[in-house]
Design a binder for this molecule. Structure first.
Ligand code: RRO
Length: 315
C-alpha cells in the first residue's frame, strides 16, 4: 500500500481532504496519530487568521452528500508552520495555501519554502466560498500568472533542497478543452502533484419540508461533496493524469474501498477523504484501507502500481 506522490513517500495512500478536522493543533495531531493516515493536510490558510462565514456553514445528509460554505476559517499561515505544530507531526505534512490575493499567496509560499519541517504545499486554486473571490482555477490567465510567479520561488528553493513538494488543488473541469488548457499551463511549471477535485462549487441543497436552504452564507449556495461528485472526480483524475507529468491525488466521493480502487484505477497515486471523513470521523481511514486491501487480494494485486492508471477502454 506504499505510494509516492511527487517527492513524498507515503506508507498509506489515504489522507484527509483539506478542510475536514485539520484546522486546530489538536485536530492536526489527532490526524497524525490516526492509523493508516499516510499524510496530514492542513486547512487552507490565508495570511491573517479568519473566522469564515456565518453559521450554519456545513450540512450533510448523514449518508454521503454534503454542502459547505465555510469561507476559509483558519488560524493564519504562521500557525500552520510554527514549530509548535510541525514538531508534533511525524508523518508527511502538507500545508494547504489559499491566500486572498496573489501577493498573499506568494508571501505565504515564500515563507513555507523556507521551512524545512513541512513536506510541501497544496496551493488551493479552487475555494468556491469566499464572497467576491472567484475560483482562480477557472480563470486560466490569472492561474498561469500566479503559477509563473510561484514557480520562480519554488525553483530557487529546489536548488538547495530537492525534497519540497509543490502541489495544486484544482476545481472540477467539465469540458475536454478545459483539461487541455489546464494541463498545458501546469506542464510549463515544476508542479509535483495535483489534487483533483475540490468540492463542486456553488451547488444548492433544498429542504422541501421547510422550503429552505440548509446553510446560511450566500443564500444557501456552497461546495458540494460526496458520492454525487465521484464520476466528475474520476474523469478529472483520469484526464489530468494522462495529460500532465504530475502525480494525481484523487479526491471526491470516496466512501468505500471500491471508490478508492476506482480513483487509483483512473490514475490517482493517493486519495483524500472529505465528506465521509466528516461523517464517520477518524475510523474511516482504517475501514476504507481494509476494504481496498480486500479488493486487491481478491484480484491478486500486490501493490497499487499493479493497477494504478490501468483503467481499460473499449476498442
Ligand atoms: O473554506 C471553505 O469554504 C472551502 C475551501 Br477553502 C475549499 O477549498 N473548498 C471548500 O469546499 N470549502
Amino acid at each position: 500500500m506504499e505510494t509516492q506522490i511527487g517527492n513524498i513517500h507515503l506508507l498509506s495512500p489515504f489522507m484527509n481532504a483539506s478542510g475536514v478536522y485539520c484546522k486546530s493543533k489538536e485536530q492536526l495531531i489527532k490526524l497524525d496519530n490516526t492509523q493508516l493516515v499516510g499524510c496530514v493536510v492542513s486547512k487552507s490558510c490565508t495570511f491573517e487568521p479568519r473566522d469564515g462565514n456565518p453559521e450554519p456553514i456545513y450540512w450533510d445528509d448523514g449518508s454521503n452528500l454534503s454542502i459547505n460554505s465555510s469561507g476559509l476559517p483558519n488560524m493564519g499561515y504562521k500557525f500552520y508552520i510554527n514549530k509548535n505544530i510541525t514538531s508534533q507531526i511525524n508523518k508527511p505534512y502538507i500545508v494547504s495555501v489559499s491566500g486572498l490575493t496573489v501577493k498573499d499567496n506568494l508571501t505565504i509560499i515564500d515563507e513555507l519554502l523556507k521551512n524545512l519541517d513541512i513536506s510541501g504545499l497544496e496551493l488551493n486554486l479552487s475555494c468556491p466560498n469566499v464572497i467576491g473571490k472567484p475560483q482562480i482555477g477557472y480563470d486560466f490567465e490569472a492561474m498561469d500568472k500566479l503559477l509563473y510567479q510561484a514557480n520562480l520561488l519554488v525553483q530557487n528553493r529546489k536548488l538547495s533542497d530537492k525534497k519540497f513538494n509543490f502541489g495544486l488543488k484544482l476545481p472540477p473541469y467539465f469540458d475536454m478543452s478545459h483539461f487541455d488548457i489546464v494541463s498545458s499551463i501546469i506542464n510549463k511549471y515544476e508542479i509535483d502533484t495535483i489534487t483533483c477535485i475540490n468540492s463542486l462549487g456553488n451547488g444548492l441543497v433544498v429542504d422541501p419540508k421547510s422550503e429552505t436552504v440548509v446553510i446560511k452564507p450566500k443564500g444557501g449556495f456552497g461546495g458540494i461533496g460526496g458520492s454525487v461528485v465521484k464520476q466528475i472526480a474520476l474523469a478529472n483524475v483520469r484526464r489530468l493524469s494522462q495529460l500532465t507529468k504530475c502525480d494525481v491525488i484523487g479526491c471526491g466521493g470516496i466512501k468505500t474501498g471500491t471508490d478508492a480502487f476506482e480513483h487509483i484505477l483512473c490514475g490517482a497515486k493517493a486519495v483524500q477523504i472529505g465528506t465521509q471523513f466528516y461523517i464517520e470521523k477518524h475510523e474511516v481511514f482504517e475501514r476504507i484501507y481494509n476494504e481496498l486491501l480486500d479488493i486487491m487480494s481478491e484480484k491478486g494485486y500486490k501493490s497499487l502500481n499493479d493497477f494504478c492508471g490501468k483503467l481499460k477502454v473499449i476498442n
